[in-house]
Design a binder for this molecule. Structure first.
Ligand code: RRO
Length: 310
């Protein structure tokens, strides 16, 4: 195994800054143990709800040449099961992060209150699931986000991060940054999939996935420029005490390098992990190491956030 690049998120040490994203291959104990056995810097769970969910009807995930589309609909074991397996996950000696995506404010408060009493290292509050039928993405509603964070910070005793959707308007970056800066948020993960895309198979004249008439979250290469812009603008606007995790279309060591240049302290791998499995972490890590070594860099802080101007 080659050298890994360590980092910290809200003071929690990660042996590698390259981790799994919440979503692919992180729902069952077996899948989470496979992440534990990989070089992923943390074990991050699938977003959990109050009750277990089967999710949306299949087919609900498809790969395409430039990425993926999904409308999983939050299939997960329910938060109590994730709490039960935290001790088994802690045996891998890397931070355990539980992603929380309650279907209401009350559900989020219940789940987070229960997580307070566990050994979980970090909580990632998902305010950006695009695929639950009838539920809007909370983080596109700024007053709802403000209220959610105000209520959550009253109960949360763990270090808290927020998973954001991609924003596309400069004013929206200002709006979300002002809210994050005024709450007890330790990190942000930017970004979730681009919600409600549509991919059509011209041969069959049908969409690729079944739920919601084929509408789903877009990940992979399609997403990378948007994700990089979100990381960069948040790096410029957020207080330095809020760490940024980059996620969206990272499939090579050079992709990871670009996210660190934009300001990310860690990166998460979604679509590439789904497509390639847990070996992708070591491959991306090796590619990253040889790329930054050639440039003469020794650690992330040598170049993090130091995107040059043209
Ligand atoms: O389960 C999903 O359909 C899903 C979630 Br919770 C999310 O946050 N992002 C996504 O692309 N899919």
């Amino acid at each position: 195994m080659s050298a890994m690049f360590p980092t910290t998120l809200c003071g929690v040490k990660l042996e590698s800054f390259i981790c799994n994203a919440s979503g692919p291959r992180c729902t069952t104990l077996q899948e989470l143990e496979a992440i534990g056995n990989s070089t992923s810097g943390a074990i991050l769970t699938k977003s959990c709800t109050k009750e277990a969910r089967d999710g949306n009807p299949e087919p609900r995930y498809q790969d395409v040449p430039l990425g993926s589309i999904n409308s999983m609909g939050l299939p997960n074991l329910g938060y109590k099961k994730y709490i039960e397996i935290i001790p088994q996950l802690k045996k891998f000696k890397k931070p355990v992060i539980v992603s929380v995506s309650g279907l209401s404010l009350g559900d989020n408060l219940e789940i987070i209150t229960a997580l307070n009493k566990t050994d979980v290292d970090l909580i990632e509050l998902n305010l950006s699931c695009p695929n639950v039928i009838g539920k809007p993405q909370v983080a596109y509603d700024f007053p709802a986000t403000e209220n959610m964070l105000t209520q959550v910070q009253k109960v949360c005793k763990k270090k808290l991060g927020v998973k954001l959707p991609p924003y596309f308007d400069m004013v929206h970056f200002d709006d979300i940054a002002a809210i994050l800066n005024s709450h007890k948020v330790g990190f942000v993960s930017a970004v979730n999939s681009i919600g409600n895309g549509l991919i059509i198979d011209p041969q069959t004249e049908r969409p690729l996935i079944k739920p919601k008439g084929g509408f789903g979250g877009i990940g992979g290469k399609f997403l990378k420029p948007t994700a990089l812009a979100n990381v960069r603008r948040l790096y410029e606007l957020l207080d330095r005490k809020i760490d940024i995790v980059g996620v969206g279309g990272i499939e090579s060591g050079v992709d990871a390098f670009e996210f660190v240049l934009a300001g990310a302290k860690a990166v998460q791998i979604g679509t590439a992990f789904m497509q390639q499995g847990p070996k992708c972490f070591e491959r991306i890590s090796n590619e990253f190491e040889s790329y930054v070594k050639k440039k003469g860099y020794r650690e992330l802080e040598d170049f993090r956030g130091k995107l040059k101007a043209l």
